[in-house]
Design a binder for this molecule. Structure first.
Ligand SMILES: C[S@@+](CC[C@H](N)C(=O)[O-])C[C@H]1O[C@@H](n2cnc3c(N)ncnc32)[C@H](O)[C@@H]1O
Length: 330
């Protein structure tokens, strides 16, 4: 972290301001140190990142996958604009957000963080898992990034402080997605905008989706072991998957039912090696999370209404149900 970003942090337990002690600086960044309150709460800074949660938590699988696939889903590396387009198509936000303070929840490897930073906004980003380390490696040099390891239920920031709140790919992976959504809305300042998404829950998508049949057996497996099994399975099935995806209309869906995360349609220009790497990552990603709790559009709409947001627009989107809204002006 950078010294000038200390002002954005608060003790997640008491809301008190934090002071920095025992710092080890590397150029203009704090590499190691401790953030303390006057009443004795303290939080370590490790590898440039303030840590407000225990290292071991239910999101260990995400730390594992994002360390291994630290750049797999980055637009530039994979030669497409999927992440960038997803942010701006769904949110409807402008590309120049200079002067604004933006909160990104559950940033994972940081594939969205890089585009949020490119808007010129100050980006305050957090993730519950060790994924903050690969994200920091990719984006940490940016002077407008404050990245911390924190829990959506105990965020180390002031409520009602942010101009924009962004959260894609996360809510379904928290133990109580509605409570997570509500927590995010509390971070908005009057008139501020929020954009979120959640996996879609329908009968077909939930009860007939093979991943929900297999997850009870895989989600408690040790990450290394599960990843090795997923990789071995993809390697074995890949020649068949390449044939199956050629079946008009339903080929790719069959592959997903066979638990092969197939992105050939979404990334028509990607090489076979890239598609296979995405398959390794996303097959593990669908079988490993401790929580995978989708929601219907009606439920998602209801959360927005209960939070008393305005200009609510809930609809189907790239990764399930998406929502945009803003908090009422005072
Ligand atoms: C599927 S990944 C999505 C990462 C990124 N948003 C993306 O789409 O590439 C879900 C992320 O949510 C994070 N997460 C899960 N529970 C969380 C919590 N309670 N607080 C903060 N982040 C959480 C995980 O650590 C993980 O990195």
């Amino acid at each position: 972290m950078r010294l000038e970003h200390l002002k954005y942090l608060r003790c997640p337990k008491t809301g008190a301001e934090l002071s920095l002690v025992n710092e080890v600086m590397e150029n203009d960044r704090v590499k190691e140190g401790r953030l303390v309150t006057k009443t004795g709460e303290s939080y370590d800074i490790i590898k440039f990142v303030p840590r407000f949660v225990e290292a071991d938590n239910y999101a260990e699988n995400f730390g594992f996958e994002w360390k291994l696939h630290n750049r797999t889903q980055f637009d530039g590396d994979a030669n497409h604009k999927m992440s960038e387009d997803r942010i701006f198509d769904v949110s409807g936000w402008g590309r120049d957000l200079s002067g604004e303070i933006l909160l990104e929840a559950g940033s994972g490897s940081g594939r969205f963080s890089e585009h949020l930073l490119a808007t010129g906004a100050m980006v305050v980003s957090f993730d519950f898992s060790q994924a903050v380390e690969p994200n920091y490696e990719s984006n940490g040099q940016h002077k407008n990034l404050l990245l911390v390891q924190a829990n959506i239920y105990e965020m180390p920031f002031e409520k009602g402080f942010f101009d924009k709140v962004f959260c894609f790919g996360v809510l379904q992976h928290t133990p109580d997605p509605e409570a997570s959504f509500v927590a995010l809305t509390q971070m908005l300042k009057p008139g501020a905008k929020i954009t979120t998404d959640i996996y879609l829950k329908t009968f077909k998508r939930f009860y007939l989706n093979t991943r929900y049949w297999v997850r009870p057996f895989t989600r408690t497996m040790e990450s290394e072991k599960l990843y090795a099994r997923c990789k071995g399975y993809i390697d074995f099935m890949w020649p068949l998957a390449r044939i199956i995806r050629k079946i008009p209309k339903i080929g790719e869906a069959i592959n997903w039912r066979l638990l092969i995360a197939d992105y050939a349609q979404q990334m028509p220009d990607a090489s076979d090696a890239t598609l296979k790497e995405w398959a390794y990552l996303d097959t593990f990603d669908m079988l490993s999370p401790a929580f995978d709790i989708p929601a219907s559009p009606a439920t998602f709409q209801n959360w927005h209404e209960q939070a008393k947001l305005e200009n609510i627009h809930v609809r189907l989107g790239p990764n399930g149900v998406v929502g945009t809204a803003n908090k009422a002006k005072d």
